[in-house]
Ligand binder design. Structure first.
Ligand code: ADP
Length: 479
């Protein structure tokens, strides 16, 4: 946001806002990234950047571990104004002088275990987010919860986990994979490095020979003792019948915000986008990544890629298109499948993730529809790209991140009971949330007592909603 950018009315404070534990002073932030999130933070009234890119997060003379949840002499609950005085004076530019830190994952890994956090501090990422975001671990956790569900609730209930393609970790599960491969001759498999992103290192294959050759190169012990340990891959059943629009394959980026794992509290953003491949889909050329991988990072290098046209649709466009083609009910059923994917995947790591009241995570889910409009989980990112590819993309990400800060509400302007904040809808809080706010644009004849509070791809009138929300919260707080 440039200096001259006008601050929208709904974000302007009327007089001095009570800021809970932070009181009336500005909110101090740090940010490791140089993209839309930095613009959002810089444009936010009452927020001030702490100079210097990295911080150790340690206060001048104290140590401790984040996540203990214990109340310290410094810390207390949000919104408790009486305790504001007990916050120690903060020395400018010293370590730990931030209230909010949009850090990168590497920084968190290096610092989390020795980090002390005051009661009010908020930081991006949970300590072991990779349990969900590394491709092999995500599947391992999902398989475990599926088995447990089958054991405790029966096989039928286990069927609700049939949303991730059959997957094996390599090299550890190579032999089980070969057995499975032989049972299904002729099908296509996709190989993916477990911890890489943007389509790097991915290839498709049909013949076992393709993989035995690859395996020789990759995993045979070599005489060189300094050779790095072989990289972990996943081999996954390729979805051969993707839903096509204009003959092209696409996947959908869905934004999910987790503010707590215990209890699990999950928000779903209405807007996102579908990423299309630039080339018509065909199973004849399985080596052509421009046909089969929908990552923007891959597609933008396609020879006939047109940067003006891009290869994205908003989730609103997509939902409209699908509803016109298949009817609102069929689309609602398909989107309910996405809710199920989100909740089951988060539950699969709920007991493993180190829950910490200071941490939050914004995930980017990649969902692929097949030709029956069944959604499949492809992967989950803990650092979805926040770099905008164009004006529309910038507006989406700017609103998304601003609303994320509205949900976290460091300014303490809300009541804490909201079910919708800007474009974020509360999907789950220790159980499903039902819609009752009259926001039923996507639900015909909606019986609001049984409709989940889930509006992916629905109209996102976030600014109007925020205006009304803040007015309502203000009057509740006054009484
Ligand atoms: P990366 O982390 O490198 O982006 P992904 O798992 O997201 O890896 O895969 C990249 C792309 O490959 C996806 O966006 C999707 O288009 C395609 N893809 C991945 N797995 C499958 C699959 N099992 N079936 C069909 N397409 C897939």
């Amino acid at each position: 946001m440039s200096k001259g950018t006008k601050i929208p009315g709904y974000m302007q404070g009327k007089g001095r806002n009570p800021r809970g534990i932070i009181g009336d002073r500005e909110i101090r932030y740090k940010c490791s990234l140089q993209n839309t999130i930095l613009d959002v933070l810089r444009g936010r009234p009452g927020w001030q950047e702490v100079p210097g890119q990295q911080s150790t997060g340690q206060p001048p003379s104290n140590t401790g571990k984040a996540g203990s949840g214990t109340t310290t002499t410094q810390g207390t609950t949000f919104g408790n104004k009486a305790s504001f005085q007990s916050i120690p004076p903060i020395t400018r530019n010293s370590d730990g002088d931030w209230d909010f830190y949009w850090c990168d994952r590497e920084w968190l890994h290096q610092n989390y275990d020795t980090m002390f956090l005051y009661e009010h501090q908020k930081i991006l990422h949970f300590r072991n987010h990779y349990e969900l975001t590394r491709k092999n671990l995500m599947v391992k956790n999902l398989k475990r919860l599926k088995k447990q569900t089958e054991r405790e609730q029966g096989k039928a209930e286990g069927l609700s986990f049939e949303f991730f393609p059959t997957t094996y970790e390599l090299p550890s599960e190579y032999h089980i994979f070969v057995e499975e491969f032989k049972k299904n001759p002729g099908i296509i498999w996709i190989m993916k490095p477990a911890a890489r992103a943007q389509g790097r290192g991915i290839f498709l294959f049909r013949r076992l020979k393709d993989i035995t050759d690859w395996k020789k190169g990759e995993y045979q012990p070599l005489s060189d003792p300094n050779r790095d340990a072989p990289e972990t891959y996943v081999v996954q059943r390729y979805i051969e019948n993707p839903y096509l629009i204009g003959g092209r394959k696409f996947d959908v980026r869905v934004y999910v915000l987790v503010v707590s794992y215990n209890p699990l509290k999950v928000w779903l953003y209405r807007s996102g986008f579908a990423r299309f491949s630039n080339t018509r889909f065909s199973l004849d050329s399985i080596e052509d990544t421009y046909v089969h991988l929908t990552n923007v990072a891959i597609q933008k290098n396609a020879p006939d890629y047109d940067p003006d046209k891009g290869c994205k649709w908003s989730t609103q466009q997509l939902r409209k298109y699908l509803s016109a083609k298949h009817g609102v009910d069929a689309v609602r059923k398909a989107y309910k499948g996405i809710d199920n994917i989100i909740i089951k995947s988060l539950q699969s790591v709920q007991k493993i993730i180190i829950n910490d009241k200071h941490c939050f995570e914004m995930y980017g889910y990649d969902i692929l529809f097949d030709s029956d409009l069944k959604p499949w989980l492809i992967e989950i990112n803990a650092s979805p790209s926040l770099t905008a590819s164009g004006k529309e993309d910038y507006e989406l990400k700017f609103g998304l991140l601003n609303d994320l800060l509205n949900v976290l509400d460091l300014e303490n302007r809300l009541t804490g009971k909201e079910k919708r904040i800007g474009g974020w809808d509360l999907l789950w809080e220790d159980g499903p949330i039902l819609a009752d706010d009259g926001n039923m644009e996507c639900v015909p004849n909606g019986n609001t007592t049984t409709i989940p509070n889930s509006f992916l791809g629905c109209h996102n009138d976030r600014k109007r909603q925020l205006r009304e929300l803040y007015m309502a919260a203000q009057s509740v707080k006054k009484t």
